[in-house]
Ligand binder design. Structure first.
Ligand code: 1HE
Length: 262
């Protein structure tokens, strides 16, 4: 950590109504992720007030994140490397399996550890200038922030292998096509889209959002018989919540909106 950063916030949190916008604030290093930033990120997500229902995570400046701060690798030993990965895992686990859904607003470079971070988010909106890459092979290292698990689950083992071997850089539309982004917007329109989605997500029943964040990934890792059983348990818990009863009644009494095509 350089001395200027010792006194500077590396993560900024702004709360408006029930939406928190969390911004990586290390633009002069292209939001490269060092341990200090990861600690701040984890603590930002751990300390959001209970009134917050959704978060948007983005990066200050021209890039979402340039990945691992490579200067931290210069002197590190194997043991320190393992310890560092554990810190990345803990921070991203806190985000992925936290209380609230997190929308990633991506732009510019989403590379290496930046893509590992993006893969831990629940919805990803990419502005048109976004590009995705895994330059670990070129740097002589390997994924170490959970990407070999999370990115592989998103786009499959073969695509991750190809991206890592060749250093192939995917643009926003290519990333969208294979599932790295759920939405692509024009440059400058990403926040509008992210806020629109956040507004919708915030209106869901909190218990449904909890189940989506926590039960779905667990079920995806279970054998079918276990998965179906977990699903049945989660379905019955959500269905018996008073909020679900009220919402279902509202629909049956024609007080709730219908599902409409765009
Ligand atoms: C950095 C980093 C970084 C920028 N670590 N310092 N990630 C990479 O291999 C990507 C490396 N970065 C780049 O390819 C480029 O910086 C970008 C395409 C992202 C942006 O380019 P540009 O021209 O806008 O910026 P720049 O001039 O290259 O960088 C500005 C400063 O940020 C410069 O420092 P300065 O002191 O000379 O001003 C860069 O050195 C610094 N910088 N990226 C450290 N990544 C858990 S395992 C995950 C493994 C990985 O993530 S591997 C992929 C690492």
């Amino acid at each position: 950590m350089s001395s200027d950063e010792a006194v500077t916030n590396l993560v900024d949190v702004v709360i408006e109504d029930n939406i928190a916008t969390v911004t990586l604030k290390r633009a002069h290093k292209r939001n490269a992720l060092n341990l200090a930033l990861l600690h701040e990120l984890q603590s930002a997500f751990s300390s959001l007030p209970s009134t917050v229902k959704v978060a948007i995570l983005t990066g200050d400046g021209a890039h979402f994140s340039a990945g691992l701060d490579l200067s931290e690798l210069k002197e590190s030993t194997a043991a320190e490397g393992i310890h560092s990965s554990m810190i990345w895992y803990e921070a991203f686990h806190k985000i992925q399996f936290g209380r609230i859904p997190v929308i990633g607003l991506l732009h510019g470079a989403v590379v290496g550890g930046g893509l590992e971070l993006a893969a831990s988010l629940h919805v990803r909106v990419a502005e048109a200038d976004t590009y995705f890459a895994l330059p670990e092979g070129q740097r002589g290292i390997f994924l170490g922030g959970g990407g070999s698990v999370r990115i592989t689950k998103l786009i499959g083992f073969s695509r991750v292998t190809e991206m890592m071997l060749t250093g192939n850089v995917l643009d926003a539309d290519e990333g969208h096509l294979i599932g790295l982004a759920h939405y692509v917007t024009e440059k400058g329109q990403g926040m509008k889209k992210a806020k629109e989605l956040a507004g919708k997500i915030a209106q869901n029943a909190p218990l449904s959002n909890f189940a989506i964040l926590n039960a779905l990934p667990l079920i995806a890792e279970q054998p079918m018989s276990h998965g179906l059983f977990t699903e049945a348990l989660m379905a019955s818990v959500t269905q018996s919540d008073p909020e679900a009863k009220e919402r279902v009644n509202a629909f049956l009494q024609k007080r709730a909106s219908k599902v409409t095509p765009v």
